[in-house]
Design a protein around this ligand. Structure first.
Ligand SMILES: Cc1ncc(COP(=O)(O)O)c(C=O)c1O
Length: 409
């Protein structure tokens, strides 16, 4: 498991990595359409930058175009790319239990891109290896899955349908999974790309992945299984170590994580992880001027994003991260117990820090006062509380006190 590092060692490592990249300030780099950040606005010599490795990386402006776990990458930025490779290794092996060096991946713009990347790869694999037609490829995910799934189906010109979930448990059942698969088969769909949630956006619910794989195996249809852990990927594996939604499950081919959610990294820190051998289906050979070519949706991207994720994870270490998640988990349990005591209908997966309250109990004004997010802004049925770092017990206590008044009045 990854070890906590001292701040001074973190700084040394990041500044050392920057030194291994080309230096636009001092080196003869004439051929790339890139440079350090504009020096009239972002001064390289600001004294505070010496103590700010992430900001210093931003000013140096490395471009992490491409995927650096593959054979070859742009050699200009090899120092900071090595740190990105460590992030991919740590997330895929220490958190998501992949065997050593069995995973590729990269830091994407966000969860949407990482989900899109997975679906793009599987679609291309079906097109190439099975000579599938676009209208034979179908995307399946739960009714509660993120809207990036229908977005991806639309972009990639494949069909999509949601699998219904039970109102109270928010899980799909054998019956609803069979219904969705059989309806798609009846419409001529032969190849399936499936997404299982490791904590959904609105409910923090976790899909019963084995139920769906059993149905697909019964029907003998080829399929790929992607796990969307954009919200839950840095939480659920720590709260529930027996998870079926990681690489120990041989059906799981790829996983999305998002460091700009639970990890509190800057935006632009989605993480895409996939078993080795699959990135080739996203390789754009026409990217011939890029060393190693490009197998990502995004193209150019800031190397500073990978540095920010690495720094945060190193400041904690595995056990520090476990403690942080335990604290958030306990706060969510605390809130849930109060809601039970008040008889308020709500949903919380026992291993989650999202508490979703039925709108019957709350006025829109009350929800607005506490910044609760509705499932639907036009006709809210549910409001969620996401127990992040700033959602302390003090704040939850004030919420609970106000709620007691609201329901008593
Ligand atoms: C489960 C899940 N997947 C994907 C996404 C999309 O992430 P992003 O907004 O970073 O593209 C979100 C965002 O909330 C999410 O909760």
């Amino acid at each position: 498991m990854w070890k906590k590092m001292e701040l001074e060692d973190i700084k040394k490592r990041v500044f050392g990595a920057i030194d291994q990249n080309v230096n636009f300030y001092h080196d003869d780099i004439l051929g790339v359409p890139a440079s350090h950040l504009d020096s009239k606005v972002f001064y390289q010599d600001e004294p505070f930058l010496k103590n700010a490795p992430f900001l210093a990386t931003m000013v140096h402006n490395p471009n992490h175009i491409g995927c650096h776990t593959l054979d070859k990458s742009e050699s200009f930025f090899q120092g900071t790319q090595a740190i990105e490779r460590e992030v991919i290794k740590l997330c895929s092996e220490d958190i998501l239990k992949c065997a050593e060096n069995e995973c590729d991946g990269y830091v994407a713009s966000g969860g949407t891109e990482a989900n899109l990347q997975a679906i793009w790869i599987y679609r291309n694999c079906f097109l190439r290896e099975h000579v599938a037609k676009h209208d034979e490829i179908h995307l399946l995910g739960s009714e509660d899955c993120h809207y990036s799934m229908p977005k991806a189906a639309n972009l990639l010109n494949i069909s999509w349908s949601p699998i219904g979930v039970e109102g109270e448990s928010r899980v799909w059942t054998r019956q609803s999974a069979e219904k969705a698969v059989d309806e798609a088969i009846a419409q001529g769909k032969k190849y399936f790309i499936c997404v299982a949630n490791m904590m959904t956006t609105m409910f923090g619910s976790v899909d019963e992945i084995d139920v769906l794989t059993e149905v697909l195996e019964d029907r003998k249809v080829p399929f790929f299984m992607h796990v969307d852990g954009a919200y839950g990927g840095f939480f659920y594996p720590f709260a529930q170590p027996q998870s079926r939604l990681d690489f120990r499950n041989t059906h799981v081919s790829s996983i999305t994580l998002d460091a700009h959610k639970m990890v509190q990294a800057p935006y632009g820190t989605g993480i895409f992880l996939i078993r080795k051998g699959m990135m080739k289906y996203a390789m754009t050979e026409e990217a011939s001027y890029v060393e190693g070519q490009d197998s990502t949706v995004i193209g150019s991207r800031s190397g500073a994003n990978a540095i920010s994720i690495w720094m945060i994870l190193m400041m904690y270490g595995y056990y520090g991260w476990q403690e942080k998640i335990n604290t958030l988990h306990q706060r969510a349990q605390w809130l849930s117990q109060y809601l039970d005591r008040f008889g308020i209908r709500h949903f919380r997966n026992p291993f989650s820090n999202i508490v979703t309250i039925h709108a019957d109990h709350l006025s829109a004004e009350f929800a607005h006062r506490f910044g609760l997010v509705p499932d639907n802004h036009h006709q809210p049925e549910w409001y969620k509380i996401v127990v992040m770092e700033h959602v302390t017990l003090e704040r939850l206590d004030a919420f609970v006190a106000a709620l007691e008044k609201e329901i008593g009045s």
